[in-house]
Ligand binder design. Structure first.
Ligand code: ADP
Ligand code: MG
Length: 634
């Protein structure tokens, strides 16, 4: 029936005329994307042919490939494939109407903008498919022959000016499509093979079918992410990683994952040995992954598929289900992409969990290098559990400063009767270990996690609990609960603390109110401590307020220089405090009490990471030394 039809001239549909008008007059800078579109179409046609062959359609044996030839002198570029080709009806249908939704969205936008300078900038955000060739072409001749073999070859010709003609082809291909592009004078660069190779390398390097430019194969890098995992060797992974990142080292870990339903995607992600973002000094922000649609790069450094906290990973994500011409600017709001992201993140986290179990040393390396970024995931509530399981901390459980523990391991070591997970923060391991709030916990042999990175406090605050055990700062540990636990040293290991005598008990409220009066606004309260053993005093955050560690972070963030008022706890069993009780019993107004209160407060502040005014501190120290030496000299 179609063979009855012959040569004919057709007018483009109105919306295509409008689109062509824009493209022909476009000043859009990245015109090279036309080649990506034509090569993708050729690749799609080969994909379709492969499917037909698998279904048993008897297509002629021909090499499945894309051939590009250049004729510099004539200013002509030809793109040929041995794919499915088109019948006459298919040509009219596919190249005479707006086939895909991206293009119609583009045209809708055009109608809204009406401003052609603005319109040309929209081209970059949308793929405009086949028609984009008119950004560079004076004339396009498409010759095609359908694989069905029922029709002769046809030639479709247009100068993009409103109409096209279809006529029987003179030297049609045996099968497939050949597009002869006569370049506009200002677009002659696209007849330069070097330029063509460069564009292919940028956009179409990973297409499955061979691409030959003037007979030379140009896409040599395999899209190994689309290969079954068992077929890819470690060397291939490493080679691809280096190609992708310019890293000279092998990747620390390779994550090759995929899903088929409800949305198809494949991801090949790598964990670099070193965090180069952090090496550069401050954190530069994640670099993102390369986003592919059926092996065609649609966005370099996409930052929406992987959340920031997995941003230390590099690699590619490819989906069959995203449209090739998805608008770049709306990618972020793209629902499909969001679903892909959710699914990728789930699989990445479970991969990391398996890694942590099967290769703990490797995971520890990953943690040391990338843990700082990973911890930013404290806000990912959807994956809270997996996130918590992947966290690692320094801990009092080991004397090895390099040792790390997970929350689950901590939970496994908890004392009988212990219900909470304790942590303490400090600027260094030494500072954290010297914190007097650890004294009671240490006596009871209760493990404490050492938070040495400011963000750890946020992590703990947001997690709130792990495996139904509350995460509690050491200064908030309930002494009554801890006292019920047996001492680790055993009953005779520790010398029994002497109870306060009656006169000392009487003097205690006096001493407390004197100290409070001396310290004034700096403390909300002075009270007897139940948690101290070796230190005379400790500062803790008032009840109902953020923990000391958290307060420090808030100060940092708000650039608040003021020192928040604290609670000063005093250890009534400590010799210094007992001596002060004796002084208070004699005379609660003794000026020595004021000097001692100041000194104790200041030293507690230093221990807690606040450097109080050094001049006052030194003055107080000298006064005290004066008094002490006087006594000593007697
Ligand atoms: P899209 O590729 O998104 O469908 P295009 O504008 O790029 O949109 O192409 C329109 C249609 O033209 C394609 O869907 C396909 O049916 C047909 N087509 C384009 N190029 C070829 C080709 N080389 N071989 C066979 N069909 C093609
Ligand atoms: Mg296309």
């Amino acid at each position: 029936m179609s063979s009855a039809k012959g040569t004919g001239t057709f007018k483009f549909k109105a919306e295509i005329r409008q689109l062509l008008d824009i493209l022909v007059h476009s000043l859009y800078a990245s015109k090279e994307i036309f080649l990506r579109e034509l090569v993708s179409n050729a690749s799609d046609a080969l994909d379709k042919l492969r499917i037909e062959q698998l279904r048993g359609a008897g297509a002629a044996e021909m090499p499945l490939e894309i051939r590009i030839t250049t004729d510099k002198d004539a200013g002509v570029l030809t793109i040929s494939d041995t794919g499915v080709g088109m019948t006459r009806d298919e040509i009219v249908q596919n190249i005479g109407t707006i086939a895909h939704s991206g293009t119609s969205e583009f045209v809708k936008r055009l109608a809204e903008t009406k401003d052609s300078t603005q319109a040309s900038s929209v081209i970059g955000q949308f793929g405009v498919g086949f028609y984009s060739v008119f950004m560079v072409a004076d004339k396009v001749e498409l010759t095609t022959r359908s694989h069905t073999g029922e029709e002769p070859a046809w030639t479709w010709t247009s100068d993009g000016q409103g109409s096209f003609t279809i006529s029987p082809a003179e030297n049609g291909p045996e099968r497939g499509t050949s597009i002869r592009v006569t370049l506009r004078p200002e677009a002659k660069e696209y007849a330069n093979p070097a330029r063509i190779k460069e564009i292919i390398a940028r956009h179409s390097n990973f297409l499955a079918w061979p691409i030959l430019v003037d007979g030379e194969r140009v896409n040599t890098v395999q899209a190994i992410w689309r290969e079954p995992k068992f077929q890819v060797t470690a060397e291939q992974y490493a080679e691809f990683y280096k190609f992708l990142t310019y890293d000279s080292e092998e990747p620390l870990d390779t994550v090759h994952i995929a899903a088929d339903a409800p949305i198809q995607w494949t991801a090949l992600l790598f964990v670099p040995q070193k965090n180069r973002d952090l090496l550069m000094g401050s954190y530069q922000g994640q670099q993102g992954v390369d986003l592919y649609v059926r092996r065609v790069l649609i966005q370099h450094e996409n930052k929406d598929v992987l959340p920031e906290y997995l941003g230390f990973m590099r690699g590619v994500v490819d989906s069959e289900d995203l449209p090739l011409n998805v608008a770049r600017e709306t990618l972020q709001e793209n629902l499909l992409l969001r679903k892909i992201s959710t699914s990728v993140v789930k699989q990445v986290l479970s991969h990391l969990k398996k890694l942590a179990e099967s290769e703990p040393a490797k995971y520890a390396t990953l943690w040391r290098e990338h843990g700082k970024i990973f911890k930013l995931g404290y806000g990912d509530f959807a994956n809270k559990e997996s996130f918590a399981e992947l966290l690692r901390f320094a801990s009092t459980a080991s004397d090895d400063p390099e040792a790390l523990t997970s929350l689950a391991e901590y939970a496994g070591r908890m004392k009988e009767g212990q219900k909470e997970i304790y942590f303490i923060s400090g600027q260094s391991r030494e500072a954290a270990l010297a914190n007097p709030n650890l004294e009671l916990l240490r006596r009871k042999g209760v493990e404490v996690l050492l938070l040495l990175d400011p963000i750890d406090e946020f992590v703990m605050e947001t997690l709130h609990e792990f495996d139904s055990k509350l995460l509690v700062p050491a200064e908030r540990a309930d002494p009554a609960v801890l006292e019920a636990l047996p001492d680790v040293a055993g009953p005779d290991g520790e010398e029994k603390q002497e109870e306060l005598r009656e006169d000392e008990l009487l003097a205690l409220p006096e001493l407390i109110s004197r100290m409070k009066a001396v310290l004034g606004e700096r403390v909300t309260e002075v009270r007897e401590s139940k948690r101290l053993k070796d230190s005379p005093v400790v500062l803790v955050a008032p009840d109902g307020q953020p923990s000391s560690g958290m307060q420090k972070i808030i100060r940092l963030m708000t650039k608040d220089e003021s020192v928040p008022p604290r609670v000063l706890e005093i250890n009534t069993h400590h010799p210094v405090i007992r001596n002060l009780l004796a002084v208070a019993a004699r005379n609660a107004e003794d000026p020595f009490l004021a000097l001692a209160a100041e000194q104790l407060y200041e030293s507690a502040m230093i221990q807690d990471g606040y450097l109080a005014d050094p001049h006052t501190l030194v003055r107080h120290m000298r006064e005290l030394l004066g008094k002490a030496s006087e006594l000593y000299a007697k």
